[in-house]
Write a protein that binds this ligand. Structure first.
Ligand code: GLC
Length: 597
């Protein structure tokens, strides 16, 4: 078949997929599910790929689209039906793609538009839909819209960004601190005005008040739907609406600045913009949307998701930001207890029980590895990885696995701040120094929270550079790659990967894990996270010991007394599989147990 005919057929197939509601596209593990009233994306598992670090196919040290194509079977082995790619658009890469220069072009580091089409087609054939990351709060300063906007105050694009005059003394319009540190305003000589950037200097914020800006963004989203995207992750979405009042905020750092997050997040009126987005882009399409919504809490979920909401799901942050009491300043953390984590998760489960849906996650490309995050100290990483994986894959919602999480990856700790690529690590380091922390303390905070922890290359096998690249990787491979890699773990039935495969397969077999209602058990316990999933007579009990000690529990209180016919389906220690649950009453260090029929 010649190439032209092939590509016509592929376009017809993609169009059919969009129109027919993706029939036959659901993950094969899940097919035969009784959860008929749920949609494909509620019944599948999602996986996030940090494109820079997943698989390089051409030896330039950067992951790319053809690399992803070659690893689709890895996703399939985890029952993945939706893969979220971090931004693949043309970008100067100041923030690794979250600074978009052209939303209609593929970053040459990652390949071409033809590679993207081929990836979508192959992924679709394997029952996996590609989810695009829409970075709509800001663009790159290299985007042609910004290049035009900064030229003058009276051209077509002048009002596409947020420009303000200086204060009378010539200083910034207000004292807001950007999320990546320093003033949120940067002076533009050409226009003789400041522009606002919630993130880096090179990421100017778009002016959503301007209807032309909104329409341009909707056009981009529709372009990607027509290409066959299965959904969108909406980057930094709660910042798109700015308050009418741009006055100073209460200072909270040594330089007298106020956290922009607190000043602009979830501003009244934001939902009107997003309702418009829904009407003009997503309504009636067989795709899903998931908003990155730091600052939107469980009690506000009803406005954001569900029948009255604007998205299908939002990534809520309360369970991953437990140590940040004031702002996300890495050196200013507080303690948290297991009951805080359980409450955060339970609140979101409750808030989406009757209306809306929840994306379950512990990791993404902005967070450190969850094993270190939730089990600081000398934890057994295999057991800890299985413990967290158990919660991830058994709560109610769509699990989002982040690359490497299924392999039990842990943080890196490099010797010097100069070894770090992540721009936020550098600004947090500087901020810590200006707050009076020593260099050693500041580096320690970077070790704990650097985004590079999650960005080291995927480890596929024990060969040099872990099979990620034949060249020099853009970020060093973790030094544990000889033992922690997909190849070794695939062959080891007791590995974290084997556990993930087991539980993702179980989600396909046991409907109750998809449609069962959630209720927390042993809610007072500071050692055990326990909950039940229940749908009529069908139920599953999940018990996870979050401590390194043997921990007794009362099977009665754990709701397993009358569990007739129920048995231990799986334990992360494997040896008690099939045992009578009521006879147990004790969990070994970090043990995770699933009880059901
Ligand atoms: C989101 C992204 C993060 C990026 C920021 C600015 O939080 O997840 O990686 O740096 O937005 O776009």
């Amino acid at each position: 078949m010649n190439r032209k005919i092939k590509s016509i057929i592929s376009i017809i197939c993609l169009t059919a997929i969009i129109i027919t509601g993706c029939s036959g596209m659901t993950n094969s593990n899940i097919s035969g599910s009784q959860s008929d009233d749920l949609l494909w994306w509620q019944k599948t598992n999602a996986y996030e790929i940090y494109v820079n670090s997943f698989q390089d196919s051409n030896g330039d040290g950067y992951g790319d689209l053809n690399g992803i194509r070659s690893r689709l079977d890895h996703l399939k082995s985890l029952g993945v039906g939706a893969v979220w790619l971090t931004p693949v658009y043309e970008s100067p890469m100041r923030d690794n793609g979250y600074d978009v220069a052209d939303y209609y072009a593929i970053n040459p580091h990652y390949g071409t538009m033809e590679d993207m089409d081929a990836l979508m087609k192959e992924a679709n054939e394997k029952g996996i839909r590609v989810v695009m990351d829409l970075v709509f709060n800001h663009t790159s300063d290299q985007n042609e819209w910004f290049i035009a906007s900064k030229k003058s105050r009276d051209n077509e694009y002048s009002d596409w960004y947020i420009w303000r005059d200086p204060k009378e003394d010539g200083s910034e319009p207000n004292n807001w601190r950007s999320i990546f540190g320093g003033s949120a305003w940067t002076w533009c000589e050409e226009r003789q005005q400041y522009y606002l950037h919630t993130f880096a200097v090179e990421q100017p914020d778009l002016n959503w008040e301007n209807p032309d800006v909104r329409q341009a963004l909707y056009d981009i989203a529709n372009f990607w739907i027509e290409k066959g995207a299965g959904g969108f992750r909406m980057d930094a979405i709660p910042y798109i609406k700015k308050p009418a009042d741009f006055s100073d905020g209460p200072a909270d750092d040594a330089e007298g600045r106020a956290d922009i997050h607190k000043m602009t997040v979830n501003t009244d009126g934001i939902l009107d913009f997003l309702k418009e987005f829904k009407t003009k882009v997503t309504d009636g399409k067989d795709i899903f949307t998931v908003g990155e919504a730091n600052g939107v809490s469980a009690d506000q979920l009803k406005y954001w998701v569900g029948s009255e909401g604007v998205f299908d799901m939002i990534f809520e942050f309360s369970h991953v930001n437990l140590e940040f009491k004031e702002s996300e300043t890495w050196c200013k953390t507080g303690d948290w207890k297991l009951t805080d984590l359980k409450k955060a998760l339970t609140d979101s489960q409750k808030a989406t029980a009757a209306n809306g849906w929840y994306p379950i996650y512990f990791e993404n490309h902005d967070k450190s590895r969850s094993i270190d995050h939730f089990f600081p100290g000398n934890t057994d990483p295999v057991l800890a990885g299985k413990a967290l994986g158990t919660v991830l894959l058994t709560l109610r919602g769509t699990p989002f696995i982040y690359q490497g999480e299924e392999l039990g990856y842990t943080n890196v700790a490099w010797d010097s701040i100069d070894d770090y690529d992540d721009l936020n690590s550098h600004s947090q380091y500087e901020m810590a120094l200006s707050e009076g922390f020593s260099e050693e303390e500041a580096l320690d905070c970077v070790h704990r929270f650097s985004r590079d922890n999650a960005r080291t290359p995927m480890q596929w096998d024990s060969t040099e550079q872990a099979g990620f690249t034949t060249g020099t990787p853009w970020l060093p491979v973790h030094d544990d790659y000889k033992t922690e890699n997909a190849d070794v773990e695939s062959k080891d039935p007791s590995s974290v990967l084997s556990w993930y495969r087991k539980l993702t397969a179980l989600r396909g077999e046991k409907d109750v894990l998809i449609n069962g209602a959630y209720s927390e058990l042993l809610s007072e316990s500071e050692e055990i996270y326990a909950f039940e999933r229940k749908n009529g007579n069908d139920r599953m009990v999940v018990l996870v010991n979050f401590t390194g000690e043997e921990t007794a529990y009362d099977p009665d209180k754990a709701g397993i007394k009358e569990a007739d016919g129920e048995k231990i389906l799986h334990s992360s220690y494997e040896d008690i599989k099939g045992a009578e649950p009521a006879s147990i009453g004790v969990l070994r260090p970090y043990e995770a147990v699933l009880i059901g029929r």
